[in-house]
Design a protein around this ligand. Structure first.
Ligand code: ZN
Ligand code: ZN
Length: 282
């Protein structure tokens, strides 16, 4: 991710594993851990909101991270428009069509491919070909686990954007993935994709898991205290408070802060603040 040292960064769908570099977190399901791998992390400024109705002012952020969210949304056009509205640049990651065909997640609404720098979205038919087989192998079989890590570009779409998100919504029967096409096969099987991942795998196998997770939480702590960029650049990263950047998610009007709620004068909506977290879901 091409995040600059002084970028102000939003992460959508941060869940149990927010990135160290994220300044503000946004998640739709704070009270429900069912679709994630652990308990929600709320260690920095955070809001509960739907990505299709973001409660942030236009261009409040320099960069927005959105990992494994796009495939879940109801209306991708509206969601993408919101990303472009609140940030200048960003990163989107989703499972690829190959990942979706092999694993199959019944709660994904969209199948995503990246073709020539364009995100191609198609409604997920949710007819999982292999049931739970590969989910099981990912846990029990070290060879499959290894293949998944060394070939993660097969299973993932990773897309970085600036100003505009290039995307297309396809008809249900259309697929952007032509596995008969030699160019597609060359791209998917290019061996230089794997070199970096071999190193990652080696590193992962050499360093005990406890140390990795402790190092991660230490880095997150450093990042949240702004120390990382101070060390790196000799100046503090820009920060804004939630008060400065929040707007009404529905009408984008100004909101006023009260002790336990937020109020929009323009559309008369009131939003709760629970445990210090503004709740914009309804
Ligand atoms: Zn997902
Ligand atoms: Zn409003």
């Amino acid at each position: 991710m091409n995040i600059r040292p002084d970028d102000f960064v939003l992460e959508i769908g941060s869940g149990h594993n927010p990135k160290a570099r994220s300044d503000v977190l946004c998640d739709k399901f704070i009270g429900d851990d069912e679709q994630r791998g652990g308990a929600i992390v709320t260690d920095r400024p955070m809001v509960e909101a739907d990505g299709q109705f973001l409660p942030f002012a236009d261009r409040a952020f320099d960069y927005v991270i959105c990992s494994h969210v796009l495939e879940h949304v109801k209306d991708p056009a509206q969601f993408i428009a919101e990303l472009e509205r609140v940030a200048c640049r960003g990163y989107i990651e989703t499972p690829s069509e190959i990942g979706e065909r092999i694993y199959g997640w019944h709660y994904h609404n969209w199948v995503v491919n990246l073709v020539d720098g364009c995100l191609m979205l198609r409604k997920n038919e949710k007819n999982s070909q292999f049931g739970q087989l590969f989910h099981r192998l990912a846990v029990t079989d070290k060879h499959w686990k290894r293949f998944h890590i060394t070939h993660h570009n097969l299973f993932l779409v990773q897309y970085e954007w600036e100003e505009k998100i290039n995307y297309k919504i396809l008809l249900e029967h259309e697929s952007a993935l032509d596995l008969e096409c030699p160019d597609t096969l060359d791209r998917l099987t290019a061996s230089d994709n794997h070199v970096q991942n071999e190193w990652l795998l080696l590193l992962k196998s050499a360093v005990p898991r406890g140390i990795v997770s402790r190092a991660k939480s230490f880095l997150a702590q450093l990042a949240s205290q702004n120390l990382l960029s101070k060390v790196a650049k000799g100046k503090s990263r820009q920060t804004k408070t939630l008060q400065e950047i929040l707007v009404c998610p529905q009408c984008k009007g100004q909101i006023t802060w009260e002790a336990h709620s937020l109020h929009c004068k323009m559309c008369e909506q009131t939003y709760r603040i629970v445990d210090g977290i503004p709740r914009f879901t309804f």
